[in-house]
Design a protein around this ligand. Sequence first.
Ligand code: AMP
Length: 629
Amino acid sequence: MQYEDFYRRSIESPEEFWAEQAQAIHWHVPPQEILDYSNPPFRKWFVGGQTNLCYNAVDRHLEERGDQLALVGWSTETDSVRELTFRELHREVNTFAAALCSLGVGKGDRVVIYMPHTVDAAIAMLACARIGAVHSVVFGGFAAHNLALRIDDAQPKVLVCADAGSRGGKVIPFKPLVDEALARAQHPPVHVLVVSRDLAEVSLQPGRDLVYAPLREIHADAEVPVEWLESNEPSYILYTSGTTGKPKGVQRDVGGYAVALALSMWSIYDVRAGQVMFSTSDIGWVVGHSYNVYGPLIAGATSILYEGLPTSPDPGIWWKICERYGVRTMFSSPTAVRVLKKQDPEWLRRHDLSKLQYLFLAGEPLDEPTADWITSALGKPVIDNYWQTETGWPVLTLMPGVELKQVKLGSPGLPSPGYRLRVIDETTGEDVGPGQKGVLAIQPPLPPGCLTTVWGNDDRFIASYFSHFREQLYSSLDWAIRDEDGYTFILGRTDDVINVAGHRLGTREIEESVSSHPAVAEAAVIGVHDEIKGQVPVVFATLRQADGDAAETACQMMRTVTEQLGAVARPSRVYVVGALPKTRSGKLLRRSLQALAEHRDPGDLSTLDDPNALEEVKRALERGADAGN
Ligand code: AMP
């Protein structure tokens, strides 16, 4: 099948196209109407259809593949591997669902899941889906403040947590954080259910807190009937990362999400029933939801959940897992690859990767040096894909399942089915032509799988996403350029733009240029206030060789940028540091860097991954730039 025909049909005959795709999942009651767009920008897909995410992910496969592995939880943190077949997963999910029901959880109730990236977290999610409860997974690395905000917004009946997480061998007890969050929250849950991994002692508040193990025994044989939900009822809430103020709860539906994931599994990721997918994301992020839990399981594939660092016990660990389970498609992030890039590529080559067909990378710009390095180290196609928490599945990518494989370096590719993309001039609101820079927007109605609203706040949904242009377009607030062939290049968030002497520059453009220097591992560029030019670009970079000549390389970085992008983009200063401050999901904390560089308070650092990185930056600023003034 050819991509062009496939995509064109999704745009020209959307109802016919999606009705066909909807056949990939099980409907208890088939949809009566494919699309209801009578109340824009809200839209409803598969109206009147009744289905269930857990049924599609688990029960549906029992007959044909009950003994096939469904989930593998590999933890280098606890030195353990847990394998569950679809039958075993079905058992565990029923038991967990029965435990939730015994605590009074029913259809429409919210359950906050605050757990590390383990099979137990996936079981808790699927158990919620089974009984029609709405889960809100909160990333296990978030602190009490973030957890409390999310609790107050979702107002859950139950909070499920682990006794502890572990990172780089350091145990992080969760229960004290939960207790702190609950003390702050205005709407604490009625019960806290603690799933113990025997990593930390937990203190329980009588009447409120329970340990899961005894409930698991009580409900060991429970059969919990599936709650059939109308396609547009909520399945989960996931709060968007990186925003200031109150987080936005992205609300997902049931039917549209299941159909979009089923479609993406074969057409984008080229994974079918019986095959294996390994996503290195965390259950706390959208990739964890879509491509660690629901997507692979709905497709009848095996999904691998990995808890640990990519370099521990050695940098070969991910590839060892690929060999062990015959992984077909792997999914990771450019940041993770840049971590590996500091290692010897021999670590990858030591393993038999003959079954591995693709590595997909998403979440942030994929710079050319990183793409080149991993492509040659792996010898497999490396495919960039662009999407957001809001969209739930890729917006732009290549689709090897429909014969779209032509990589254009620097571009995530072409639109996924159903996405009508436009590139809009920020000031005039008109579409820009090929090769011209504008803001990426999606022509509504949004395809299945994308958010349906902001939890409890339809006004905020409209204000945040549909109010940027004259026409009610959804805007993802990313700069983009589309070339003559329709390939779209993402140039960074509109909010990461810097204005140097009236010239608008994407920090991503400069970062890419700096990173093209062979000695550079990674770069972050910020715009710092300048008396004369308004803003000037300032570079923070890490080197591939820690003992490299910082001053000389910094001067070369400046020359490289000037050569590639012109004098206007020439960095004012370059600081060479040992690490860059990032969120735990790998996004650069540019605003904190900017604040420090401008001698301001770095702001909310609750999502900061490694506090040392920030200290490094402070020291570098005190010491002075390695190049520039
Ligand atoms: P999040 O919802 O936290 O995953 O962030 C989504 C944002 O990450 C997008 O709006 C982009 O700015 C960025 N992003 C995601 N994927 C890519 C990609 N493949 N290339 C460039 N930027 C990306």
